[in-house]
Design a protein around this ligand. Structure first.
Ligand code: UT7
Length: 334
């Protein structure tokens, strides 16, 4: 990222929302051939949340945005742009951004959904930052919202143990201080990895049919071992790369904010960066993998617990279906 605009974009408010219903490992082990010990040891996940029937991704995004409005003392009319990274939109179209815009009556904004799977928040944050840096917009919302429980096959121990529901996001605003906010981003896609993690049916390549439903092709299909291998390399390398590019040493980093897919992938990334696990934001134990909501939910929780201070360097890092991966360097501004 080479910001030639007059402003930097900074995170001026944060919010997260998780449904009340807790699904712990023992519950999954009560009907699947798995165990609490296996799930904790191989993933770091203890429990996840499931959204109640009748609610959808947009409902959680609305909760996040309402909390951001309250925190920042603003309202629906103040928002210029809403980007919703998600792989579990309310429906294919209209976009969840349109649905949320309507639910909140944000009459001055436009928006769209972004599909970059687990890198959704990082890609959307980088996109949103462009509009703020060049002076086009003053208030941009990026809210990841995911109902992964409706995409994971409840009878597939390879995937259902990993995922959970939740939403989280940030508000971006401009600052003339070019030394703070979103400082850099490195982003990649490699479609040759597409077969390792996908939801095969429901699109134009394989529309819904009796067979696609019967064969479970609307669920997440993952070759976990292969994705693991690529994820460790992708996330570790890109995090080290953004440090080197910006001449940031391990001691200059307040937190690594990694996508929460597997604690072992996260540890490998921290190790490559030369930082201890005490400098890694984690909430995978409580929520599992909430796809585009993992990174902003960590930031929101740590900020609200008073663990972030102005000037802190954060390295955000993700890896996901596509393949998509990326890293963003943020200097905390509030
Ligand atoms: O966020 C998007 C990106 N996704 C990821 O980053 C996920 C990346 N992958 C992973 O996190 C890990 O590969 C998993 C957690 C999905 C699996 O862990 P693993 O250590 O890679 O296990 P594995 O796939 O190598 O499987 C080891 C064994 C297999 O049995 P066999 O073939 O050795 O007999 C699996 O069938 O563990 C078995 N297994 C399970 N056993 C108990 C797989 N899932 C489970 C389970 N409980 N839930």
């Amino acid at each position: 990222m080479n910001n030639k605009g007059p402003y930097n974009a900074y995170i001026s408010a944060v919010g997260s929302y998780f449904p009340d219903k807790i699904i712990n490992n023992d519950y999954l082990a009560s009907y699947l051939d798995t165990s609490n010990e296996w799930i904790i040891e191989r993933t770091g996940i203890r429990e996840r949340r499931y959204l109640e029937d009748g609610k959808a991704a947009s409902d959680m995004a609305v909760k996040v945005i309402e909390s951001i409005f309250e925190q920042r003392g603003i309202g629906p009319d103040d928002i210029d742009l809403l980007i919703i990274p998600t792989v579990s939109p309310d429906m294919i179209y209209p976009s969840t951004a349109c649905i949320v815009q309507n639910k909140l009556g944000m009459k001055n904004c436009w928006g769209f959904d972004m599909l970059a799977a687990c890198s959704g928040f990082i890609f959307a944050l980088s996109t949103a930052a462009q509009f703020v840096q060049n002076g086009t917009y003053k208030k941009v919302l990026v809210v990841g919202t995911e109902v992964m429980s409706r995409l994971a096959n409840p009878n597939d121990r390879n995937t259902v143990v990993l995922f959970g529901d939740g939403a989280a996001g940030v508000l971006l605003e401009p600052t003339e201080d070019k030394n703070i906010g979103i400082l850099d981003a490195i982003l990649h896609i490699d479609g040759s990895g597409g077969d390792y993690l996908k939801q095969p049916a429901g699109g134009s390549a394989m529309p819904a049919s009796k067979e696609t439903v019967e064969n479970g092709l609307h669920f997440i299909h993952q070759d976990g071992r292969s994705v693991f291998k690529f994820a460790v390399k992708g996330m570790a390398d890109i995090s080290a790369e953004i440090m080197e590019k910006n001449k940031i040493k391990p001691e200059d980093i307040a937190y690594l904010v990694p996508h929460q897919a597997n604690l072992r992938i996260i540890s490998a990334t921290a190790q490559k960066m030369g930082i201890g696990m005490d400098k890694v934001m984690l909430n995978i134990d409580k929520y599992g993998n909430t796809t585009s909501a993992t990174i902003p939910s960590c930031i929101s929780e740590y900020y609200k617990e008073g663990k972030l201070k102005k000037g802190d360097n954060l390295v955000l890092a993700s890896f996901g279906a596509g393949f998509t991966w990326g890293s963003v360097l943020v200097r905390w501004a509030i």
